[in-house]
Design a binder for this molecule. Structure first.
Ligand SMILES: *Cc1c(COP(=O)(O)O)cnc(C)c1O
Ligand code: SF4
Length: 352
């Protein structure tokens, strides 16, 4: 069988770290899950100490340093979890987490306290209870199957989940969040694609952070999904030293769009424990996003969002191009070059 997973004890053999770092890796692996795939290992340049792919997957002792602002539950998932495997924060949609295993463990992961640990797969009883929770609440319109990575489940299990959700009449959309098509693209088999077939709309949202992740195997996997009529979206995490650069983001978003994937969210990195080396400031994130406006197609523009710590939800935090202050109560609107233009006051402004 194809060996795809490189664990903490294989990093030396894979040429990804020097033997003198094995002890450091052991200490990190005692706290957080460690793994990457051969596909990702193959695009790492081990001679580059700042390699953007290695930075995402190869652990370092910096992860053992926690800052005052960092939290165990950075986006408040626990607070909004009514039953095991469900997170219900917004009235119309829930997260369903059938498994907390991933093909890779990202060093900046916002769920790093729970992914890859023992008991990470929901048992049949808990899964049935999660489906019941959704079934009994007609206001739920969308189920986001996430984790962990749901595409790590056997295609038969994925088909069971799709079938169970398909039978719930008040659901309009079934959305999968996965990194598999990028980091382990050969796992997107015809059987997995078939498992996603449904009458309801099935969306797949991938996670990609750097253009080098998007090789020909990933392209082929994404084509198998889009040929099956599945709309594809992408989430990107803004990461210092990986993609906090206009040229890198431009190349990433262009490549995604040519592969029929619409960039959906650019996430400001969450306050997960031991991840401070990845976080940019919000001001520099806004500068980057502003520099992409006008420079690349609207199809290539994701929404820059922050998941407010404490479980208050995601909000757009991109630069705002409009402010009040024009002539006679009007507006000033900034174009892509930073020049401001007048726009008339609102029709109802005089009555206020
Ligand atoms: C991110 C998230 C969603 C999905 O949000 P969208 O803005 O619809 O993509 C839903 N529920 C929870 C708890 C989330 O964290
Ligand atoms: S694939 Fe997603 S859930 Fe898994 S480790 Fe990476 S960021 Fe976390």
């Amino acid at each position: 069988m194809r060996r795809v997973t490189i664990g903490p004890d294989d990093l030396v053999a894979a040429g990804l770290i020097n033997p003198d770092r094995q002890e450091e890796i052991r200490r990190v692996a005692a706290e957080f899950a460690v793994a990457l795939t051969e596909d990702m290992s193959a695009v790492i340049n081990p001679a580059d100490p700042d390699d953007p792919i290695a930075a995402q997957f190869v652990p370092t002792a910096a992860e053992l340093v926690t800052t005052d602002q960092e939290r165990l539950d950075p986006i408040g998932d626990e607070r909004w979890s009514p039953v095991v495997g469900i997170v219900h924060r917004y009235p119309d949609r829930v997260l369903l987490k059938p498994s907390l295993l991933c093909p890779v463990y990202c060093r900046f992961c916002f769920r790093r306290e729970v992914v890859g640990k023992k008991g990470a797969v929901l048992d049949d009883e808990s899964l049935a209870a999660a489906f019941n929770y959704i079934r009994e609440r007609p206001r739920i319109w969308e189920v986001i199957v996430t984790g962990g990575d749901p595409f790590l489940l056997a295609p038969r299990r994925v088909a069971d989940i799709v079938r169970a959700l398909e039978e719930i009449s008040h659901l309009g959309v079934i959305r999968f969040h996965t990194r598999v098509p990028i980091v382990d693209p050969r796992r997107v088999t015809p059987a997995l694609v078939d498992a996603l077939a449904a009458e309801k709309a099935v969306y797949v949202v991938i996670h990609a952070n750097h253009p080098r992740e998007l090789g020909s195997q990933a392209q082929a996997a994404l084509l198998r999904l889009s040929r099956a009529g599945i709309p594809l979206l992408a989430q990107t995490v803004l990461l210092r030293g990986v993609n906090d650069d206009a040229g890198v983001l431009e190349a990433l978003f262009r490549r995604l769009v040519t592969m029929r994937v619409k960039p959906y969210y650019l996430h400001h990195a969450d306050l997960a424990r031991g991840t401070s080396r990845f976080r940019t400031g919000i001001a520099s994130g806004q500068r980057l996003v502003r520099s992409l406006r006008g420079r690349i197609s609207g199809l290539c523009q994701p929404t820059y969002v922050l998941d407010i710590p404490g479980g208050h939800g995601k909000v757009p935090i991109g630069p705002c191009a409009v402010r009040q202050g024009g002539e006679r109560g009007g507006w000033l609107v900034k174009d892509a070059t930073g020049t401001e233009h007048d726009y008339p006051a609102d029709p109802d402004a005089a009555e206020e």
